[in-house]
Design a protein around this ligand. Structure first.
Ligand code: ADP
Length: 178
């Protein structure tokens, strides 16, 4: 599904983030930036070893922030490595999850990137329940797009039908009139 936020598009698809042709894809990284399982492992495999080599030069990244690299063998020109929170069940989870989405989009704006694909950050190994993560992640992106028309497209790439349905329900609740 797709909604408009001013002139920009916020889109949800079911799929594999490594195959996206947006200018940047976002990685659900850990703070070492040295690779891991899940979406991180899939992105590193698809991008090739040059990605890890560049990540090693970055010196890690705090939770709630993001760093940018080239995309190497990916279709996307850039990878934005975003470090989401490990879910603890406190109000800080949502602050950090919103912050990581804002940071990733700020990097895109600064690099002249107009299209960005996100996975469902923190909802795998980091244990954030998808029903709770979806409105926080989507809400942060909608807020950003309202003030940053230079970002033309944000696509959430949800892994599997269940993930897609949860994010779609959250987006409908967020923009009921679209
Ligand atoms: P985190 O450590 O931030 O929780 P994970 O990679 O474990 O990161 O999971 C984040 C989300 O990414 C999960 O919902 C998982 O199902 C999803 N995911 C895993 N592989 C892919 C992929 N290739 N494309 C898109 N999403 C993926």
């Amino acid at each position: 599904m797709q909604v408009h936020v001013n002139e920009s598009i916020l889109e949800l698809v079911e799929g594999d983030i490594t195959q996206q042709e947006t200018e940047a894809i976002v990685n659900a990284a850990n703070s070492s930036l040295l690779g891991g399982g899940g979406v991180d492992g899939a992105i590193h495999r698809a991008a090739g070893p040059e990605l890890l080599a560049e990540c090693r030069t970055l010196g890690g990244c705090p939770v709630g922030e993001a760093r940018i690299t080239q995309g190497y063998r990916l279709k996307a020109r850039y990878v934005i490595h975003a470090v989401g929170p490990i879910y603890r069940g406190t109000p800080r989870d949502a602050e950090l999850l919103a912050s990581v989405h804002r940071h990733a989009l700020k990097l895109a704006s600064e690099h002249g990137i107009a299209s960005v694909a996100f996975p469902a950050i923190s909802t795998g190994a980091y244990g954030y329940p998808m029903e709770e993560a979806a409105p926080v992640a989507l809400g942060a992106v909608v807020d950003y797009l309202r003030h940053h028309p230079e970002i033309r497209l944000v696509r959430f790439v949800l892994f599997g039908r269940r993930a897609y349905q949860i994010y779609a329900a959250a987006l409908k609740a967020l923009v009921p009139d679209d």
